[in-house]
Write a protein that binds this ligand. Structure first.
Ligand code: C5P
Length: 250
């Protein structure tokens, strides 16, 4: 594959987390990354500040948009929430797998109902265990026994049973998930730290090249390692260089 094709292929699979309190900050980072970033994620912080209009705003710039609101409620409410989100034209939406099969099935129905005529169906993804959660926290505070890997695998199977497209998990869990469900079951993996960047509050982390090349993540989500860098564009370029190097040595 040529360098250019390689870069384009990776760009489609790297989702930049726009975790900002308002659009001014978002504009600063997006203008620095113009032409580099293709896929963005709007989480609770920005969505609650800017409102659903942010989806159209970003789509109009040609970006793919993942709305990361991690819906978790009674099935009827989850269905309505996903219906509303789907109607705004997002490319990816997520719900918590911990909500159970009935809730995820209701969310899937909501997604179908919310689609406007002719729109591409967004991917509906289940969140397994947050990448900031360690096994100790899961066992002692959340009250789930066993290993994180066991819980993530069980949640992935429930997500597939409910007819969703894939899961959010740590890149470290991708091989297990693909084996437990199927190679085509989509994995979206945050907890990404290029070499030399700060771990922050994440615990189950890997580099972009390990996630995308060695472990087989379909999409990675990366935030502060790029957005909090003094020069986000240079940080992005550096990540792409490491990915290209990783691809040629894989
Ligand atoms: O800044 P950082 O790269 O850690 O950002 C990761 C992003 O992925 C955050 O927006 C966070 O909310 C999100 N996320 C996560 N773990 C999950 C699901 C989403 O870190 N399981």
């Amino acid at each position: 594959m040529s360098d250019r094709a390689m870069t384009e292929n990776f760009s489609e699979r790297i989702i930049l987390a726009l975790d900002f309190p308002h659009m001014t900050e978002m504009e600063r980072v997006l203008s620095s990354l113009r032409g580099q970033v293709r896929y963005v994620k709007v989480g609770m912080e920005l969505f609650y500040a800017a409102g659903p209009g942010i989806i159209t705003e970003l789509k109009n710039r040609g970006l793919n948009v993942f709305i990361d609101l991690k819906v978790h409620d009674i099935p009827n409410t989850a269905k309505g929430a996903v219906r509303s989100l789907a109607s705004h034209g997002a490319d990816m939406i997520n719900v918590h797998a911990a909500g159970g099969v009935a809730m995820m099935e209701a969310a899937r129905e909501g997604l179908e109902q919310g689609l406007t005529a002719g729109a591409t169906r967004p991917l509906l993804i289940g969140v397994t265990m947050l990448t900031s959660t360690s096994q100790q926290t899961m066992n002692q505070q959340i009250g789930i026994p066993g290993t994180v890997e066991e819980t993530v695998t069980a949640y992935a199977k429930l997500t597939a049973q409910a007819g969703l497209d894939g899961v959010v998990a740590s890149p470290l869990e991708v091989p297990l998930i693909k084996e437990a469900v199927s190679p085509s079951f989509i994995t979206v993996t945050p907890g990404i730290r290029p070499k030399g960047t700060d771990q922050g509050d994440q615990t189950r982390i890997t580099t972009p090249e390990d996630a995308l090349i060695r472990l087989g993540s379909d999409y990675i989500v990366i935030g502060r390692a790029i957005t909090a860098a003094a020069d986000p564009s240079a940080a992005w370029e550096n990540m792409m260089e490491q990915l290209k190097r990783g691809e040629t040595t894989a």
